[in-house]
Design a protein around this ligand. Structure first.
Ligand SMILES: Nc1nc2c(ncn2[C@@H]2O[C@H](COP(=O)(O)OP(=O)(O)OP(=O)(O)O)[C@@H](O)[C@H]2O)c(=O)[nH]1
Ligand SMILES: [Mg+2]
Length: 352
């Protein structure tokens, strides 16, 4: 065993929980079974953007009725574009969850913001800008408005809507809600410029709760109307295009975010290093958590391996649900000096 690598999580110490198997065909689709074009069928891409922690990934999971994206009360959880497919009677709405737009401090942060901006200007038919209704616009919201203005000056933005998320926590009057709407609309005055042919007359605002589900049905009805006519792009049973290995690494990262504090979870990248189907009902998975410094390695391991053990235990039920079998999980920790600042290491970690 190399010095920078330690094996510390012995799965045999844990009793196996019964895997709550999901139907993989339902999850990933059989492929090829694309719905034929129907009259009045609509389809397209909705980019879900906003500053970190406003609830974009929670929104995606809620709308899909399945957990695809990891979530956390800590900011900067999502690092990639996460595609989720919502297929209804007469529409297929493809949601693109994005990393929170923030002022980046390293190459990983820059890459995350780039992913969000590319999703807006390259992939989206509609942009849903989620904000936290309970907070007046923050510096980050103002920065997003400025970034949107710049993107719009290069390529006209698709239709932009605002989602007032976390409405379940709003206990103030309707009048104050209107005031809040005016505060956010004011950030987009430049888009409502009547001299701009590519501008918008109004910015629709949807009060929603990704946690309680409030307002989501109405939003979905309107989103459908805003999309162009077209066939479903994905088989109707398919929920995402993400591969299982990626989802497994994310499940581990989610628990690291839950259990670790400050900069440590943000310094972690997870890679699957081994994957074997041992038998019909048992999959062996080994994964490595990469950290940036030796001190962080100690924290992730915890006293006599107690922390990495906890991360593994917490991640395993979700992984078993994803894989559909019981899972034998081995976790390792490795130092990859300042990987978030180095292009080649970002690439190696799958962030390129
Ligand atoms: N009360 C309430 N909390 C919410 C709602 N939506 C999300 N949250 C919480 O807000 C926190 C952040 O949620 P995420 O979905 O991870 O936020 P995000 O916008 O994807 O964050 P990043 O990936 O970091 O950009 C979590 O603690 C969620 O439980 C909501 O509608 N109501
Ligand atoms: Mg997220």
């Amino acid at each position: 065993m190399s010095e920078s690598e330690e094996y510390l999580f012995d799965p045999s110490e844990f009793e196996m929980v019964e895997g709550r198997a999901i139907d993989l065909v339902e999850f990933f689709g059989e492929g090829g079974n694309i719905a034929p074009p129907r009259e009045d069928h609509r389809s397209g891409y909705v980019a879900v953007i906003g500053r970190p922690n406003v609830g974009k990934s929670t929104f995606l999971n809620r709308v899909l009725g399945q957990k695809i994206a990891i979530t956390s009360h800590k900011p900067q959880t999502t690092r990639d574009q996460i595609l989720g497919i919502h297929t209804g009677e007469n529409a297929q709405i493809i949601f693109l969850d994005t990393p929170g737009i923030h002022n980046p401090k390293n190459k990983l942060g820059k890459r995350m913001v780039q992913v969000a901006e590319d999703t807006i200007s390259r992939d989206a038919d509609v942009v849903l800008w989620l904000v936290d209704v309970n907070t007046p616009p923050t510096d980050e919201d103002r920065m997003i408005s400025e970034r949107l203005r710049i993107l719009h000056s290069i390529t006209p933005l698709p239709l932009l809507l605002i989602g007032f998320n976390k409405i379940d926590e709003w206990h103030k009057s309707d009048e104050l809600l209107h005031q809040r709407a005016a505060e956010y609309r004011a950030l987009l005055e430049w888009l409502m410029d009547e001299n701009d042919d590519d501008g918008q007359e109004e910015i629709p605002i949807y009060p929603i709760s990704a946690v309680s589900g409030q307002g989501l049905d109405d939003l979905l009805i309107d989103l459908r109307e805003f999309l162009p006519e077209g066939p479903g792009y994905y088989p109707e049973e398919q929920v995402t295009n993400l591969n299982l290995r990626f989802l497994v690494t994310e499940a581990i990262r989610e628990q690291a975010l839950n259990l670790l504090h400050q900069e440590v979870p943000h310094s972690i990248a997870v890679g699957v290093t081994d994957w074997e189907e041992r038998d019909e009902n048992m999959t062996y998975i080994a994964a490595t958590l990469y950290v940036e410094r030796h001190s962080q390695k100690g924290i992730v391991l915890g006293q006599r391996g107690s922390m990495i053990k906890q991360i593994g235990q917490a991640a395993r039920p979700q992984i078993e649900e994803l894989v559909g079998t019981k899972v034998y999980l081995e976790l390792w920790v490795k130092v990859l000096e300042k990987w978030r600042a180095k292009e080649n290491l970002l690439h190696r970690m799958g962030y390129s």
